[in-house]
Design a protein around this ligand. Sequence first.
Ligand SMILES: Cc1cc2nc3c(=O)[nH]c(=O)nc-3n(C[C@H](O)[C@H](O)[C@H](O)COP(=O)(O)OP(=O)(O)OC[C@H]3O[C@@H](n4cnc5c(N)ncnc54)[C@H](O)[C@@H]3O)c2cc1C
Length: 494
Amino acid sequence: MPIENFDVIYKENRCVIKDIEKVVSKLESILGEKNVSTRDIDKIAYSKDTTLITLNWALQGKLAGVPDIITWPETAEQISQILKLANEEKIPVTPFAEGSGVVGGAIPIFGGIIVDMKKFNKVLEIKDKDLTVTVQAGINGMNLERYLNSKGYTCGHIPQSIYTSSVGGYIAHRAAGQFSTKYGKIEDIVLGMEIVLPQGDIINFKTIARASTGPQFDKFFIGGEGTLGIVTQATLKIWPYPEKRALISYAFPTMEDSLDATREILRNQIYPAVIRIYDKEETKRHFEDTKNAKGKVMVVFVCEGISKLVDLEEEITREVCEKNSGVDCGEHPVEHWFETRFRVKETSMFPPYKIVADTIEVACMWDKAAELYHKVKEATKSIYGNLLISAHISHFYPNGVGYYFTFGGVPPKNKSDFEFYKECWNATIKAVEELGGSFGHHHGVGINRSHWMPIEWGNSFETLKSIKKMLDPNNILNPGKIYESIWKEEGGGN
Ligand SMILES: Cc1cc2nc3c(=O)[nH]c(=O)nc-3n(C[C@H](O)[C@H](O)[C@H](O)COP(=O)(O)OP(=O)(O)OC[C@H]3O[C@@H](n4cnc5c(N)ncnc54)[C@H](O)[C@@H]3O)c2cc1C
């Protein structure tokens, strides 16, 4: 079926390329013929990311957003030329890495040109003394980690999507891996970057352990979601592969007990690489065969590093858990987590049954951590059609936590999938904002959350928008995300 016959969800703001043949021919002269496509099959492939509602749409034969031209550059200079051409012709450009984003960041809602980063896939240099690796930004996370492991290192950035995501995508969405309590989030890991700015200038932030040379401008681009520039190269921290791992699990009577225990562990300056609290629903779903966890809240820990330190961390972690009514559940639940940690079938099983589901990660300070859990559950449960709302906490700081909620339900007859989906999203974010939390912990803003930006950022949002305008006066790079809203009628107001 020709692409024109597909129903497209985000079509209102589509650009019109006046002379597409001329643009394609210019792109071919920059990239070579084989690196430019206008074929329908490619347009379909780049019409969605992994936002769950787009899977519901795909099963109904609908596309989220359709690009006009797909490109596969291999050098920063080529990207620079694409962006210069796009500025001349006023054509939107959407960077696309592996499409594992879950907030619509890579969906080309304005059409235009896709810049696929998959050819930026090389490890350039490991420096053992400095503990750094320099890579091209399109490199797949698992390919990088396996390469590092083979040389005796780890990057410590292990998101659940590691098989299907890239370093550039992590930087764009301010990602966080499962081992982040020890190794940090991507903004702690990136030491240097090469970026192509929206108008085509190529800038470099040199690799340095720390500097006091003006504002931390490099960090400003982390979280840019492809709107402030295209990251082509990055230097990341690495670590010697851990000598020992301790696998620990405890079950607690309530969410509050588990929060108290984990908070105390961090106050003692013990940073297990992994801490995960599962509420009672998720404990039942994931650890059904663990007798000591029946009707309880499971917490799994992984301490890793050199043996002596791991032993001490394990001892203190156990002491604090037991003091806070924790019951030892042994190594098995953690082994089970290791075995299943990259399995992602759970949520994608829902759409074929016409269930609308998604996950929403948010953050808050410790003083609101228990209240936020109950408020979000209440808010989502009150939506007619909701069947499921559960949570785990997988990111911890001495000052607060990152929650990960999963919701699912069947839209009532008077509501479309999309209306129901937006209602669930907005109810969660409203509850979080009312408690002073943050609407996104590590998945970014994309389409799903941009209408809440004025509330999340307050009056500093105008300053952010001015900087975007200065860097990208023609609004070429990834329009419709972060600074403007396609969902504007629904929530935070824009
Ligand atoms: C099952 C599953 C599990 C997940 N688990 C985690 C997790 O544990 N932790 C986590 O943080 N996230 C997780 N995610 C979300 C997702 O993997 C991340 O957001 C990831 O960072 C996206 O990377 P990507 O390479 O697929 O980027 P894409 O989805 O292709 O793009 C994401 C955004 O980045 C922009 N972009 C891509 N490359 C560049 C570049 N080089 N320069 C500038 N902009 C660019 C795009 O325009 C888009 O806005 C998960 C997703 C799924 C589906």
